[in-house]
Ligand binder design. Structure first.
Ligand SMILES: [Zn+2]
Length: 412
């Protein structure tokens, strides 16, 4: 454990000595955003307010028109039932690169990343630690990439034909609240003029150059466009899927527009207090930023429309808003399981405890959904309501077990 920690620390230090100017800027941004002083960028904290000001200042320094879009956390938001955040003021940060084509500047390419995170843990966290949850990958990484995209696009000549709008969203961890507010109050054009939305959420753990472009099936033209920007091959690009998913792009997809979600995959620190900046692949974030900047520019200059491809909303899913039901398992992140989620324990009094689950069990299905990884498990729980009775299939010492659990309600 300690040796591993030393290794990652020395890697991060090594990164500082050898990195490109873009990566150096990314490093400064993630170190600021994911510092303890930012209080885990929880909605309602001074740290989140400071982070918002930092983002606006960075956009302005890049020469972009930047502004705040203030909104209030609705007391009716599902997540607010579990927190005391109803009525809290928060803000998106918006920067605009006006299009130059008379006929196309009314169309908008939105590039977005949420900058809020879980604060001190509790609601939405996968651990039970009350500590600053820095959210370095989730989503200081995407926010830093967004800032770098802003710097890169501000320099680009000729200017883009379509308008490009960069948005740092708040309230994502409470159920995509900032992006929902944005699609109802878009700047500077109504959402009907949206051409495409590109979302960066968790792009800080690039491994083996593998970058996921989820939502690639939402426009017929996306796969070939992605390939054309990925030359020479910078990434092992995994482009697939519809536009539903647990992040801000789903809100835009719900308005029937093409979306892409860039993602470097889940890891053992996801939604835990250990998601820290020294575990990030800083050069990888800079590479993703350059790629998405090039893609946004290509989209902004493309002739002709994109062919939107719709998909049904996953059954009973809330499409990214809300966290669904509560089981009360504590995932074991030490690895070694590729066909399920091993748990390191259950919370006292939880539905998981009631179902007889215990440390070491590997959960392989919840209801009719097969569980291969933590992402599946999050999806499965989001697809259920508190009070639902589900069968939990698990494996203990190689023997399959089935138990029923009555799912509960999450609380902070
Ligand atoms: Zn998150």
């Amino acid at each position: 454990m300690i040796a591993l920690l030393l290794l990652t620390t020395s890697l991060a230090v090594q990164q500082q000595d050898t990195i490109s100017p873009a990566a150096r800027r990314v490093l400064a941004d993630v170190r600021f955003l994911a510092a303890d002083s930012q209080e885990g960028r929880g909605v309602g904290t001074a740290g989140l307010t400071r982070s918002g000001a930092y983002i606006r200042e960075s956009f302005a320094r890049a020469g972009l028109q930047a502004s705040f879009q203030d909104f209030t956390i609705s007391p009716d938001a599902p997540a607010v039932l579990h927190t005391n955040l109803g009525g809290s003021a928060t803000r998106n940060v918006v920067a605009v690169i006006p299009g130059t084509s008379k006929t196309l500047k009314g169309e908008v390419v939105v590039v977005g990343a949420h900058y809020d995170h879980l604060g001190m843990g509790g609601f939405g966290a996968l651990d039970t630690t009350t500590a600053v949850h820095n959210g370095a990958d989730d989503n200081a990484s995407g926010t830093a990439a967004l800032l770098e995209i802003g710097r890169s696009l501000a320099q680009r000549r000729p200017r883009p034909a379509r308008t490009i709008v960069l948005v740092a969203f708040s309230g994502e961890e409470l159920g995509t609240l900032g992006s929902s507010y944005f699609v109802q109050h878009p700047l500077p054009q109504p959402i009907d003029s949206l051409y495409a939305m590109l979302n960066l959420d968790m792009v800080g753990r690039l491994r083996n150059a593998r970058l996921m472009a989820l939502g690639a099936a939402t426009a017929k033209e996306f796969p070939s466009l992605l390939d054309s920007v990925n030359t020479p091959a910078r990434f092992d690009l995994r482009a697939s899927g519809d536009g539903w998913g647990p992040s801000d792009h789903a809100v835009f997809f719900a308005t029937r527009h093409p979306v892409l979600h860039f993602f470097t995959d889940l890891h053992e620190d996801y939604h835990r207090a250990t998601d820290d900046w020294d575990k990030l692949n800083i050069g990888g974030i800079a590479q993703v930023a350059q790629f998405v900047s090039d893609l946004a520019f290509a989209l902004a200059n493309r002739t002709g429309p994109l062919t939107f491809v719709d998909a049904p909303r996953p059954q009973a899913s809330t499409g990214g808003s809300g966290y669904g039901a509560y089981l009360g398992t504590i995932p074991d992140m030490s690895g070694g399981v590729s066909d399920g989620v091993r748990i390191s324990g259950v919370r006292a009094g939880s539905p998981a405890e009631g179902a007889g689950l215990q440390a070491g069990d590997v959960i392989t299905a919840i209801g009719d959904k097969r569980i291969a990884n933590l992402y599946d498990m999050t999806d499965a729980l989001r697809a259920h309501q508190p009070g639902d009775t589900v069968v939990i299939v698990s494996r203990r010492d190689g023997v399959e077990r089935r138990a029923t659990a009555v799912l509960g309600r999450r609380s902070s």
